[in-house]
Design a protein around this ligand. Sequence first.
Ligand SMILES: NC(=[NH2+])NCCC[C@H](N)C(=O)O
Ligand SMILES: [Mn+2]
Length: 299
Amino acid sequence: MNLSILGIPMDLGAGRRGVDMGPSALRNAHLTRALRDLGHSVTDLGDVRVALPETADKHSEGGMVFLDPILDACQGTRDRLAALPEGTFPLTIGGDHSVSMGTVTGNALRGNPAGARMGLIWVDAHTDYNTPGSSPSGNIHGMPVAHLTGLGDPRLSGLGGGWHMRPEDIVMIGIRSVDPHERELLREAGIKAYTMKDVDQLGITRIHEETIERLSGTERLHVSFDADALDPGVCPGVGTPVPGGLTYREGHLLMELLSESGRVTSMDIVEVNPILDTRNQTAEVMVGMAASLLGQRIL
Ligand SMILES: NC(=[NH2+])NCCC[C@H](N)C(=O)O
Ligand SMILES: [Mn+2]
């Protein structure tokens, strides 16, 4: 497969610094080599331009911190991804989770100005379904999914140029932290979310089967993998850790099964924070997750 790696070194959407170094940490953990060893042809496209928090306009507007520079970075990401040749598999490396507003729209718009029907598998501790009105923090990394479905601020929800995700095409896995008003928005939208309780009860195999069945009508399938979906013992280098996450093997099994489904067309790795990490462990684990999604097997 032709893989394109694109970095988005942005921490403007998160409440603490450091995930802007996520792309470096992942490259340092030999991301390219791991994927080449699987037989893929890998091109590293470098990084999207992102403003520095020290010099960017922080003024928080309508409950959104760093709106303007985040919008810029998401537009840059979207345009870069939309212009890639069809048939390439983009692997986008963040960066805080607000980058996904740019990655998902860019991947939907590639070769299709109206936007393809896209399935979204959101692997995360959080649902990231806040709007500026519901967010307790104002941090935009808690808001990308809501904007992808057309809620919230029109500048962010307009990144798809009229294209939006259908709520029924979204499946969340690993969930264990939802804000009070966010919960109501998720219910109203009817988004399918497998909490950690569901993971415990049903197991990853069943969840994977139901997910693929549910998203069978979509043309493309994007996996957005937030490192904080995994347990903080496995991925300590994240800014918003929540106990009781996916085990190392649950993460790999999900990626292995999704790989075998043959349906996934793009992926994000986000929220890797080397400042908070232990000897780059989190980046190394996440490189392993990408490798499993892209064909690595034990035997
Ligand atoms: N991608 C993330 N790490 N999101 C964390 C979001 C935390 C919280 N729900 C908020 O809106 O601020
Ligand atoms: Mn997230």
